[in-house]
Design a protein around this ligand. Structure first.
Ligand SMILES: [Zn+2]
Length: 198
């Protein structure tokens, strides 16, 4: 493992829970083993998956304009974009706000829940590699920001109400952030290697 600050090379070894490893030269934190990390990852990811059910079925935003009430769900919005001539944006919305968060949180549950009992799920290392690849593409906070900006602009044209889906989406954003921040990448690899050696 290379220190990001001074480029010193270290040999990375599994460490006990609640401890951290610092660089021998500049004292920067290289990696850490946070207390109860697996339990926290699993619980936040399960919560995220349950919230996704609400986000994708409950109305996201209700718009009232000229006696017309439009209810919008998140998958509905992506479908409308695809049908109304913006297929790239629509597919992007579906991919980055529906598919990626689902792959990430279900992958975290699949890998971390068996690890709590010292077991490695079949193909857990491959799943972990895929999760690391998909993580940068989880863009729910970018989408939420985009929604808020466009709502500010739409505000004078129609009466807008946030639905349950919107609030669930906001909580989902914090859950996903908490789930991915709860475990160090190095720690996850170490735990997988230890479980595979058994
Ligand atoms: Zn260093």
């Amino acid at each position: 493992m290379i220190c990001h600050f001074c480029d010193t090379i270290h040999e990375a070894e599994p460490i006990p829970e609640g401890s951290r490893v610092s660089c021998v030269c500049c004292d920067a934190t290289l990696y850490q083993n946070r207390p109860a990390s697996l339990a926290r990852v699993t619980s936040f990811s399960v919560t995220a998956l349950l919230l996704m059910l609400v986000v994708h079925t409950a109305p996201f935003i209700t718009m009232d304009a000229a006696d017309l009430r439009t209810k919008l769900t998140l998958p509905g919005a992506a479908m409308t974009l695809i049908e109304e001539g913006s297929p790239i944006v629509g597919v992007g919305v579906a991919l980055f706000t529906i598919v990626t968060p689902f792959v990430l949180s279900s992958g975290l549950v699949y890998v971390c829940a068996p690890l709590m009992f010292g077991k490695s799920a079949p193909g857990a290392m491959t799943v972990t590699r895929w999760m690391n690849r998909t993580e940068p593409w989880n863009m729910i906070e970018v989408f939420l920001l985009g929604v808020l900006v466009s709502l500010l602009k739409l505000g004078h044209l129609a009466e807008l109400h946030f639905g349950i889906g919107f609030w669930a989406f906001t909580v989902l954003m914090f859950c996903m952030a908490a789930a991915t921040a709860a475990i160090d990448r190095q720690e996850l690899w170490d735990r997988l290697e230890v479980a595979n050696e058994k």
